[in-house]
Design a protein around this ligand. Structure first.
Ligand code: B1M
Length: 219
């Protein structure tokens, strides 16, 4: 099967075998697989890590190890992806961050990278970003879009707090809001008053392009 090496990458990441993941990533590149397909199989591997953690087979140290492997592999893949980036005029400005109480940043970083490749200017506020920090960033950078990521069911509600803070400061109509992360759903996004939900990094780019069009037609 053509995607065999991609399955091997998923399994090697799930088994936390750094050397094997890096070797297979290089092999897949040489075989002509697209960096984005390789990243997808790594994301599948991360899901398995999460399941094994939930099942008591893996511990926090294993979650940390999986994140390190993912980041090492991204060091190989990111330059290849960025090479495809065209020198174009920025199409919009996005302020992005992982919400307060949450330090998961791999998915958020992927979204930021994909947005940059597609011509967006991205200001990354990092992890554990408070509502106040989002508000200050809107005042400072005047973005078109606010992107929020959450990976914990206990922190997803902090997305609503950011929206409330923006409402309170009278800034909510200046920006469009997109939210994403493993526990987030379309329904949750609607419920908290976000403009959009991005299921993955690629979909998030398309949505941000649409949000920019909506904003421009309003202005
Ligand atoms: Co944590 N963790 N973790 N963890 N961790 C999860 C999320 C968990 C689901 C694992 C599990 O039990 N199955 C679980 C949450 C359960 C829940 O809330 N119901 C969990 C837990 C419990 C915890 C701790 C509480 C563990 C503890 O301490 N007891 C703790 C919390 C720390 C904190 O944040 N306060 C914790 C810590 C960690 C590490 C720090 C060790 C590490 C993260 C390191 C890092 O990010 N630098 C870690 C990891 C690695 C995971 C799993 C295994 C993998 C996450 C990941 O990187 N996936 C994760 C399991 C899982 O998600 N199923 C788990 C790969 C990444 C590409 O996917 O982030 O989903 P994802 O991003 C996707 C989409 O969601 C989307 O696009 C991305 C790419 O397509 N997307 C967006 C994401 N953000 C978006 C924003 C958008 C649009 C799309 O618009 C703006």
């Amino acid at each position: 099967m053509g995607g065999y090496v991609l399955n091997e990458i998923r399994d090697a990441l799930a088994n936390l075998d750094m050397d094997k993941v890096l070797e297979l990533v290089r092999k897949a590149i040489n075989q002509g697989f697209k960096p984005l397909d390789i990243i997808n199989s790594m994301a599948e591997g991360m899901k398995v890590v999460g399941e094994r953690f939930e099942g008591g087979e893996y511990f926090i140290s294993d979650l940390i190890a999986s994140a390190e492997i993912f980041k090492e592999a991204m060091n190989i893949l990111e330059p290849l992806i960025m090479k495809e980036r065209e020198a174009i005029k920025p199409i919009g400005k996005v302020v992005i961050g992982t919400v307060e109480g949450d330090i998961h940043d791999i998915g958020k970083n992927l979204v930021a990278m994909m947005l940059r490749i597609n011509g967006f200017e991205v200001i990354d506020l990092g992890i554990d970003v408070s509502p106040q920090k989002f508000v200050e960033a809107v005042k400072q950078y005047n973005p078109d879009i606010i992107g929020m990521s959450a990976l914990l069911t206990s922190t997803m509600i902090n997305m609503r707090k950011v929206i409330e803070a923006l409402e309170k400061e009278g800034l909510i109509n200046k920006v469009k809001i997109i939210v994403g992360g493993a526990p987030i759903t379309e329904e949750f996004a609607k419920k908290i008053g976000a403009d959009a939900y991005g299921e993955n990094a690629i979909i998030a780019v398309d949505i941000c392009k649409k949000l920019i069009e909506e904003l421009r037609s309003k202005r």
